[in-house]
Design a binder for this molecule. Structure first.
Ligand code: ZN
Length: 304
């Protein structure tokens, strides 16, 4: 099987060229995967915007309408850090739909990868750190509500804590949240995940892989989820502008192998989202491509 991939051409909404969010990365990642032979046309699935009633399982109407209409107050707008233009609003709804589609494809095929997603700092009624809607939280909520799964594990290995996801599911026993992150990174005020793995600044490949490898397999054995939602943020990389860990390309690739292998050898479907990463766009896109390489290899190794 070739791994199902989810992408929409409107993901890279135009931003002012001076803006520090690397919005072009989605389009370039699509091209990069094709250039590397990691993606063929027939692997791609184009998502629909998340239906409103599903988004509202997490985000109240007052918030998402105020965002779409540009009516959030200045402080709320600044906290998000992205301008509420029409293309941005559109891509925001599409990206949530994309993570949901990826999860559905993973349930169907064993694994699937989204070329976007991982907006884990979005709380129900406010956004933060370039995150407006929490795609993983909406996806988990929809799948539970529809009875497609009874138990999920969120594996969040972005360098920043999955704070909003942890808070949203704090009282939801059917969603187990695991976040491994640089302890000193944003957000300064951490939430409590079901399992937090706060890591020391400057941690390198071997120690990082050992830390995650020590907990993830046992966690999956214990929780036995019907699906893993994996945030494969590349900001633990040593050259990342915002991250404080020190992984190499090889370290990130091994991390992604570790997660996919741990899931697939237990027959647990896994859906990945790309999460964060901050560097020059070409370097960043190469890094985001790693999770697709790992997925492709793991699908083959596990005979999907
Ligand atoms: Zn991040």
């Amino acid at each position: 099987m070739r791994v199902p991939l989810v992408y929409h051409p409107l993901y890279s909404a135009p931003l002012p060229s001076s803006h520090r969010f690397p919005m072009a990365k989605f389009r370039q990642l699509r091209q990069c995967l094709a250039d590397k032979g990691l993606a063929q046309e027939q692997q791609f699935h184009q998502p629909l915007p998340c239906p409103r009633r599903w988004l509202e399982l997490v985000h109240p109407r007052g918030y998402h309408q105020a965002f779409a209409r540009g009516e959030l107050d200045r402080q709320a707008q600044r906290r998000i850090g992205l301008p509420a233009t029409q293309p941005l609003v559109q891509r925001t709804w599409l990206s949530v739909g994309g993570t949901l589609r990826t999860a559905q494809l993973a349930l169907e095929h064993g694994m699937a990868c989204h070329l976007a997603g991982g907006t884990h700092h979005a709380f129900p009624d406010y956004g933060s750190g370039f995150c407006i809607f929490n795609d993983i939280a909406v996806t988990a909520s929809v799948l539970l509500e529809q009875g497609m799964v009874n138990k999920l594990v969120v594996v969040d290995l972005d360098v920043h804590q999955g704070d909003a996801t942890a808070a949203i599911f704090q009282a939801e026993p059917r969603v187990f949240t695991f976040s491994a992150h640089a302890a000193s990174n944003f957000p300064s005020r951490k939430q409590s995940s079901d399992l937090d793995l706060p890591l020391a600044d400057g941690l390198e490949d071997q120690a990082y892989l050992q830390s995650v490898g020590d907990v993830l397999p046992a966690l999956l054995d214990q929780q036995q989820p019907d699906l893993v939602l994996y945030n494969a943020g590349v900001d633990p990389h040593r050259d990342d502008r915002l991250g404080k860990l020190a992984l190499s390309d090889q370290g990130l690739l091994q991390r992604d192998h570790l997660v996919f292998d741990a899931c697939l050898r237990r027959n647990i479907p896994v859906a990945s989202v790309i999460g964060g990463g901050y560097d020059t766009i070409d370097a960043l896109v190469e890094r985001h491509a790693l999770v697709f390489r790992a997925a492709s290899d793991q699908a083959r190794l596990h005979g999907l």
